[in-house]
Design a protein around this ligand. Structure first.
Ligand code: DCP
Ligand code: MG
Length: 415
C-alpha cells in the first residue's frame, strides 16, 4: 500500500483540531508549589508585592472570580472585593472565609510549568502550535479519525497533564481551529467539549457573539446595536454590511460564526524534529507487518532528512496500542548523522520490547537536528520534496511552499 492510500488528502471536515487552555494558569502554578492554596481564592498580581496594594490582577482562581475579581482589575479594587486572608485574620470586621491569598507574578516558574505541559502535548500531536504560555493547538488529524472515540482521547490528554504536571486544562476538539478555541472555553474550568463535524453551526448558533474568536467587548457592543446578539444572528447577517462596518475583521468573524475556517494548525519556527507515522487499518499483532511498517517509516523520514540537508542525533519511535496508549522510545546516535540504515536498525531495536503486541499505529521520529544548509529552503527545494514523496500534500492539498519563510514542517511532523 502506498503512503497516499494510507493517508489520503483530507477534506476540511476531517480535520481534528484540539485546543488546550490551562485553567487560571498563573494561580494553578502557585497552587502547585503551595498546595494549601488549593480550593482557596487566589489572586496573582502583576506589579504586585506582598502586603502592598499596587499592581493589576493577572489572573484569579475560580474561587476568587466568585467574589468578582477578574483579570486586568487593579489590585486595590480586588482587595475591596476580596481582602487578604492575613488582613482578615487581624480585623474582627472581616471574615477569614471571605478572604483570599495574593501572590506576585513569577514568570520563570510559570514558564517551567508551561514547558512541562508542552512536552506532553508534543508527544501527543502530529503538529503543535503554541500560541501563549497556557494555550496551544494540536492537530490530531493524522492520528485519529472522527469515527474514533475522540472524547476518550481528550479525556486521556487531560488526565495525563493533571497527573504528570498537576494542573487542569480545558480542551475543545472540533473540525476547525476557531470552533476548537470556542469549545475549550465553553465549559471552563476542567472542561472537555467535542464538536463533531456537522455540528459546528448548531454549536455556535446560541452562543453570545462575544464567544466568537476575534469579537471583543467593543465589537460585541457594536454588533448588539445592529441587533446581532448571538453567533447565529451573526451567521445570518449581511456579509456586505458587516464588511462595510467592520472591514476585514467583519468578514472574518462572519465566517467564523458560520463555522467556516480554512486555517490549518501550523507550527512556528524551525522544526525540532521530523517524523512520519501511519496507522494500521485494524490494530495488528503481526510482527512482520509491524516491522515492515516501521522500516518503511524510517526510510521515509531518512529520505526527507536527506532531501532537506538535515542531520540527526536522536532517533525515536512512537507506538500506539489500543485503545489510545501512546508510548515513545528514543535513543541517542553516535553524532549528527544522515544514515538511513542506522535509523532503520535503531527503530527496529527500540521496537523489540513491543513486538507481537497489538499495535494501532507506529511512528518514527528524528530529533536533535542539525541543518547543513542554514539558509531558508527555496521553493524548488519544496517542489522536489512534494514531487518525489507526495507526503507534503497531506495537509489538505496545501504544500509547504505556501509556508516558505515561516516554517518547514509538514502536517505529519511534530515539534
Ligand atoms: N494573563 C495576564 N493578564 C491578562 C490575562 C491573562 O497576565 N489580562 C496571564 C495570566 C493567566 C495567563 O495569562 O493565568 C493565561 O491567560 P488566560 O486568558 O488563559 O487566563 P487563565 O488561564 O488565567 O484563566 P482561564 O481559566 O479563563 O483560561
Ligand atoms: Mg487559561
Amino acid at each position: 500500500m502506498s503512503d497516499r492510500e494510507q493517508l489520503p488528502v483530507r477534506s476540511a471536515d476531517e480535520q481534528i483540531v484540539c485546543h488546550v487552555d490551562a485553567d487560571c494558569f498563573y494561580a494553578a502554578c502557585e497552587r502547585l508549589r503551595e498546595p494549601p492554596l488549593r480550593n482557596e481564592p487566589v489572586v496573582v498580581g502583576m506589579g504586585y508585592e506582598a502586603g502592598e496594594t499596587g499592581g493589576a490582577v493577572a489572573t484569579a482562581s475560580y474561587e476568587a472570580r466568585a467574589f468578582g475579581v477578574e483579570s486586568a482589575m487593579a489590585i486595590s479594587t480586588a482587595l475591596e472585593l476580596l481582602p487578604r486572608k492575613i488582613d482578615a485574620a487581624r480585623d474582627p470586621e472581616l471574615s477569614v472565609d471571605e478572604a483570599g491569598f495574593y501572590r506576585p507574578v513569577d514568570m520563570e516558574y510559570y514558564e517551567s510549568v508551561s514547558d512541562a505541559v508542552q512536552e506532553i502535548l508534543r508527544t501527543r500531536a502530529d503538529v503543535l502550535r503554541v500560541v501563549s504560555i497556557d494555550e496551544a493547538y494540536l492537530d490530531f488529524s493524522d492520528s485519529y479519525s472522527w469515527t474514533d472515540d475522540i472524547r476518550a482521547v481528550g479525556r486521556q490528554l487531560k488526565s495525563q497533564i493533571e497527573s504528570e504536571v498537576g494542573i487542569t486544562v480545558s480542551i475543545g476538539i472540533a473540525p476547525t481551529m476557531s470552533a476548537a478555541k470556542v469549545a475549550s472555553d465553553h465549559d471552563k474550568p476542567d472542561g472537555l467539549v467535542v464538536v463533531e463535524p456537522g455540528s459546528v453551526q448548531s454549536f455556535f448558533d446560541p452562543l453570545d457573539v462575544e464567544a466568537i474568536h476575534g469579537v471583543g467587548p467593543v465589537t460585541a457592543g457594536e454588533l448588539r446595536e445592529l441587533g446581532i446578539e448571538t453567533a447565529g444572528d451573526l451567521a445570518e447577517g449581511d456579509p456586505g454590511e458587516l464588511a462595510d462596518q467592520f472591514g476585514e475583521r467583519g468578514k472574518r468573524v462572519y465566517r467564523f460564526a458560520r463555522g467556516e475556517d480554512q486555517r490549518e494548525v501550523t507550527p512556528r519556527g524551525k522544526p525540532k524534529s521530523l517524523s512520519r507515522e501511519s496507522a494500521f487499518g485494524e490494530p495488528t499483532a503481526d510482527r512482520d507487518q509491524q516491522r515492515e511498517q516501521l522500516r518503511a517509516l524510517a526510510r521515509d523520514v531518512a529520505n526527507r532528512a536527506r532531501r532537506r540537508g538535515v542531520l540527526y542525533r536522536t532517533a525515536g519511535i512512537k507506538v500506539v496500542t489500543p485503545p489510545f496508549d501512546v508510548q515513545s522510545r528514543a535513543k541517542s546516535l553516535p553524532g549528527p548523522v544522515e544514515d538511513w540504515e542506522l535509523l532503520e536498525s535503531v527503530a527496529l531495536g527500540l521496537f523489540e520490547e513491543f513486538e507481537g503486541q497489538p499495535v494501532r499505529k507506529l511512528g518514527v521520529k528524528i530529533s536533535k537536528l542539525a541543518f547543513t544548509d542554514e539558509t531558508q529552503p527555496t521553493l524548488a527545494h519544496w517542489r522536489d520534496d512534494t514531487e518525489s514523496g507526495g507526503s507534503e500534500e497531506l495537509s489538505g492539498g496545501r504544500t509547504e511552499a505556501d509556508d516558505s519563510g515561516t516554517g518547514q514542517r509538514s502536517i505529519t511532523e511534530f515539534e
